[in-house]
Design a protein around this ligand. Structure first.
Ligand SMILES: [Zn+2]
Ligand SMILES: [Zn+2]
Length: 341
């Protein structure tokens, strides 16, 4: 992809109008997921934004990226010389690599306070979220055997990350180190932040170039959910003067405001589609199947959560109602059926 940056051996460099250098380092995060960490350099600051997943491949890619910054751009930076590490949100593909990075870097770690607990006590986060997830799956109409299999898959990540400390908080509106403007954009994750450097916005997973970022119901994790997400999209759309956005995955975004409008339109279409599906009473399992067809492995969970986020949005706002209220009153464990009002 051509743009207002240079690229050497896969590492892209962009210089902002204020003279800040942003390097984008590519990495394989999971077997089927690629993404980026960013290095932000000024005369007095060397800031790493995100840390990769913690899988060995992602760690090797980070070291290779830094080697390219040194050898091909002539910038003598390594992990031991970082001045700060900023984590954009509490998802493992963005912070898991802290386990490795902190072995070489004494730099303080910054995160939004709503994601701090995830980094500081990761097993607690997974186990308590799994409980909420079990209730959700049960009410969604997933069979008990299937619930157990999906929860096992979810909890299998428990051993991937050793909890760490968070030294600093990313407050909404704050100008960190005089160069990073923090925008809190909850929705995809409670503590999701976008980081503005002059005319550039690092959008992490809040806005991506091609994919509509994944949504999950707020009933599982507070400050997520489609309502918060759409509000946060409007917040970013209202930031003036953003010329270029870099996501945590996928291509740079040359028309950030246009991309935000497209994501909003996409969700409104999907909400309409859910209402159509719910002409007849439907469980979330049935809605998920109608939206996404048959899914496998982790895809099943992602599809149910995405469907659940849209159902929750419509139900909270009175566009859907519970169709089997009498049954639900007698048997609290029965799946909920939603019907269009
Ligand atoms: Zn994420
Ligand atoms: Zn991500």
């Amino acid at each position: 992809m051509q743009g207002p940056w240079e690229e050497r051996d896969g590492v892209l460099r962009y210089r902002t109008r204020g003279g800040v250098e942003i390097y984008r380092l590519p990495m394989r995060l999971f077997p089927e997921l690629d993404g980026y960490v960013y290095l932000i350099l000024t005369d007095s600051h060397r800031i790493l934004v995100d840390a990769g997943s913690g899988l060995p491949e992602s760690w090797e890619d980070l070291q290779r990226g830094l080697e390219i910054v040194r050898a091909r751009y002539g910038c003598p930076v390594d992990l031991s010389s970082l001045t700060a590490i900023v984590i954009t949100h509490g998802h493992i593909d963005h912070f898991g690599g802290l386990t490795f990075v902190r072995q070489q870097s004494p730099a303080p770690v910054f995160a939004h306070e709503l994601d701090r607990r995830v980094l500081v006590n990761y097993p607690e986060r997974l186990i308590t979220a799994a409980q909420e997830l079990r209730h959700f799956l049960s009410q969604a109409g997933v069979s008990p055997e299937r619930q157990a299999a999906l929860l096992n898959l979810y909890l299998s990540m428990k051993t991937m990350f050793q909890s760490t400390s968070v030294e600093g908080l990313l407050g909404d509106g704050e100008l960190l180190f005089g160069i990073l403007r923090v925008h809190h954009t909850p929705g995809h994750c409670p503590g999701q932040v976008c980081i503005q450097v002059d005319e550039v916005l690092l959008t992490s997973d809040h806005v991506l170039a091609h994919t509509t970022p994944h949504q999950a119901p707020e009933r599982i994790t507070r400050y997520t959910g489609l309502g918060h997400y759409l509000e946060s999209l409007r917040r970013v759309a209202a930031i003036p003067g953003i010329a270029l956005a870099f996501g945590g995955h996928e291509d740079p975004i040359l028309d950030p405001y246009g991309r935000i409008a497209a994501i909003e339109a996409f969700h409104h279409q999907r909400l309409e589609r859910v209402l159509e599906i719910c002409q007849e009473p439907r469980t979330i399992v049935e809605i998920s199947r109608a939206l996404f067809g048959r899914q496998y492995g982790y895809g099943v969970l992602l599809a149910l959560l995405e469907a659940g986020a849209h159902v929750e949005y419509l139900y909270d706002r009175g566009y859907l109602q519970v169709a089997n209220l009498d049954q639900l009153e007698k048997e609290p464990e029965v799946p909920i059926r939603y019907r269009r009002l």
